[in-house]
Design a protein around this ligand. Structure first.
Ligand code: SF4
Length: 383
């Protein structure tokens, strides 16, 4: 479903700076740059933009290290001109650095964090949510409940396109109120209709921020990339450090994990939306190899739809019911095998039809190697 061709005009400067990724914010930020005398050189090197750059770097660092998106709270009062400059240009700066990292994983993580931040804000921003929704959804409307609360409705095609990235039974189509091509986002005590609309918008906001940044990356020149090298080195280093921390979660045993398990962990860590089959496989592998529930939940922290409560419940369910991991045949059918023929000699073995056989084989190899080392050490001691 294409995005609406016409965007509702937004003139409120607080909204434009709070959601700087909006298409309506671009021209406003440009006019603000002219008014304040902020050009690219000033943004990158100017003394009076140091605080803005710090906030921009923070936005990026949080997107890699924080669970739950960029801190939604602005560093300065956004109702002041200075606060609006800080918010909008820190976004511009963080996008510039994210693009200059020339790494799609970093770009995706940053887009995800900015989208999560917008969800937190939109869930309570009654003044802006309608305009933001009309910017990103082809059909949006609301009715008023007997309790006087807005019940948002969106077009069926928007819903079908956006909810596959969201887990949980409440988002499945058979559980919706559908009427004449509209889906009503039911108001629940613990999940308001507006919060649900904000959750759906997060999906579209992330993909729009990500696609826009990818285009900007393609247009970066080398000089600019080099000027931003200090900031990009910090961000890239942080990203590498986080990835290895997760991989080392269970110590040396990680080396024994089959490639399909490593792939699931790495993709979740990078914010990729691993399919249901892949998630179930990972949780059941984690159970079988004896990882604690909390460690398994930790694998999902960067998943696009992560919720501590829901994930803990689902992982506990897998542990309690003692689910066993799927075999290689099913993993291949569900696009969760990580190798092609010829890429991994162990996976190529005719008897290798289950990831646990891979793990067992690796453990036996390791134990044989340890034995050889011990034997040779004993020989040396005896002589
Ligand atoms: S062949 Fe089996 S063990 Fe190896 S990566 Fe594929 S699914 Fe995993």
């Amino acid at each position: 479903m294409p995005l609406p061709l016409e965007h509702p005009p937004i003139s409120d400067e607080v909204t434009l700076s709070r959601y700087p990724f909006l298409p309506q914010s671009g021209p406003w930020i440009q006019s603000l740059a002219q008014k304040e005398g902020i050009d690219l050189d000033t943004l990158i090197d100017g003394d009076f933009m140091e605080e803005t750059r710090r906030r921009g770097r923070l936005r990026l660092v949080e997107s890699i290290s924080n669970q739950g998106g960029v801190d939604a709270v602005a560093m300065r009062d956004i109702h002041t001109p200075e606060g609006r400059v800080l918010e909008s240009f820190s976004f511009t700066y963080s996008r510039l650095v994210a693009c200059a990292c020339e790494n799609e994983v970093i770009l995706s993580r940053w887009a995800q964090a900015e989208a999560e931040r917008s969800e937190v804000l939109l869930a309570v921003d009654e003044g802006a949510i309608e305009d933001v929704a009309k910017t990103y959804l082809s059909k949006v409307n609301f009715t008023v409940s007997p309790r006087g609360k807005k019940v948002w409705q969106i077009g069926l095609s928007d819903f079908i396109e956006l909810v596959p990235g969201i887990t949980g039974a409440r988002w499945r189509l058979p559980n919706q109120d559908i009427n004449d091509g509209w889906i009503s986002l039911r108001d629940e005590d613990s999940y308001s209709s507006q919060a649900k609309l904000a959750r759906i918008l997060r999906e579209r906001v992330k993909s729009e921020i990500f696609e826009d940044a990818k285009k900007k990356t393609a247009n970066l020149n080398e000089d600019l990339v080099l000027r931003l090298a200090e900031a990009t080195t910090i961000i890239t280093g942080l990203m590498n450090q986080r990835s290895s921390e997760v991989m080392e979660l269970t110590g040396a045993i990680v080396e024994d994990w089959p490639p399909c398990m490593k792939k699931a962990v790495a993709e979740l860590e990078q914010g990729v939306n691993v399919n249901h089959f892949g998630r179930l496989f990972l949780a059941s592998m984690a159970r079988v190899i004896g990882l604690p529930v909390e460690a398994c939940v930790g694998f999902f922290h960067n998943a696009p739809d992560f919720s501590q409560e829901t994930t803990s419940y689902q992982v506990s369910h897998v542990y309690d019911r003692e689910y066993t991991p799927a075999g290689c045949g099913k993993l291949k059918l569900n696009a969760r095998c990580a190798v092609l023929p010829g890429e991994n000699s162990l996976c190529d073995q005719p008897w290798l039809d289950h990831p646990l056989k891979y793990l067992k084989s690796q453990q036996r190899r390791r134990s044989r190697e340890t034995q050889v080392v011990e034997d040779s050490s004993d020989t040396r001691d005896d002589s």
